[in-house]
Design a protein around this ligand. Structure first.
Ligand code: FM0
Length: 325
């Protein structure tokens, strides 16, 4: 049995958002979501299981992690140990290739890479869709990083069928410009933010209904390669998600003044006839969905307000893959 493996997983940005769980134990979402996997931002993770290890050890970017962080990894690895009926402990070494200026949460690529590496190192041979149900138990958005391009996370009916479905390779002049407004650690994590929203926002039920319609419409736009429709649905869906947060108790907003600067710049570009659309997650950073061939033009307009190292152009990324030494 190969007891060591290294896997690369790319992060993803949701175009139809996941923002709320119907089951917190199994990370089952209230609605299906859909994302674009990104080429530029990824995590490389090596896992080795060894009978001589007495406990799990977790290194991130070369630094040994705290007991608290290591416990999270152990809990996640237990899913794989249980599947393999083994008690072997592991050493995990993860390197996040997320430009520091990006301040982008990399839980999606991190848990997808760890899932892929554990699967190979234990010789479990889980197929990608089954593997996505394991990645989901680390972080919901990780479900989608198993595949490349446009990926749907089908909400499913139970833990076994809440999984990733590849939709399209996005190889038709699709790109994203990321505006790293700031990389301060956010006060309210996605996990806490969505829980508060589900529990207290009067707008939340309407969001779920709208997202269920949006995902049908966005898949039709992708099938038709209708970029304008794809962008309009993306921007509206993200804004509706943020609208639910404003209705939470206490109200929640991740936006900062520079987020608005980026949004206004994108709106001005649209007025000039450049189709580009914004989406935001649980942080102030702004992601601009655009034609890859127009990304440099969009970056130039944004560079009026943001330093070059805060602006990242990325193509669509691929699904997880093994890295051989
Ligand atoms: O990615 C999206 O669909 C939208 C968000 O990024 C936020 F806008 C949610 C990400 O939530 P995640 O960090 O996966 O939560 P976990 O399951 O509690 O770990």
């Amino acid at each position: 049995m190969p007891n060591k493996a290294c896997v690369r997983a790319h992060t993803n940005i949701a175009l139809i958002k996941y923002w709320g769980k119907r089951d917190e134990t199994y990370f089952l979402p209230m609605n299906s979501s859909l994302s674009l996997t990104l080429d530029k931002l990824y995590t490389d993770t090596m896992v080795v299981f060894d009978g001589t290890f007495t406990e799990d050890a977790f290194y991130l970017n070369g630094e040994k992690q705290s007991e608290k962080e290591t416990k999270k990894i152990s809990k996640f690895l237990d899913l794989f140990r249980e599947e393999k009926k083994t008690g072997l402990r592991a050493r995990v070494e993860s390197i996040n290739h997320v430009p520091t200026a990006a301040g982008l949460a990399s839980s999606a690529s991190a848990f997808a890479a760890l899932a892929g590496a554990a699967n190979l190192a234990l010789g479990l041979d889980l197929d990608p869709q089954r593997l996505s149900t394991f990645a989901r138990r680390g972080s919901g958005s990780a479900t989608r990083s198993i595949f490349g391009g446009f990926v749907e996370w089908d909400m499913g009916t139970c833990s076994d069928d809440s999984l990733a479905v590849p939709v399209d390779d996005a190889g038709w002049d699709i790109g994203m410009v990321i505006v790293a407004v700031n990389q301060k650690a956010k006060e309210v994590s996605s996990r806490i933010g969505m829980k508060r929203t589900v529990e207290t926002s009067p707008f939340y039920p309407a969001w779920v209904e709208a997202a269920k319609k949006d995902i049908v419409d966005i898949k039709a736009a992708i099938a038709a390669k209708d970029f304008v429709r794809l962008g309009e649905i993306t921007e509206a869906n993200g804004m509706k998600m943020h609208g639910t947060m404003l209705g939470a108790e206490p109200p929640l907003s991740y936006w900062e003044p520079d987020s608005i600067v980026a949004i206004k710049t994108v709106q001005a570009l649209r007025k000039q006839g450049i189709p580009c659309y914004v989406t935001m997650d649980a942080g102030p950073n702004v992601k601009v969905l655009c034609r890859l061939s127009q990304a440099e033009t969009i970056k130039a307009a944004l560079s009026e307000h943001f330093a070059a190292d805060k602006l990242i152009i990325t193509e669509p990324g691929q699904g997880i893959r093994e890295l051989t030494e």
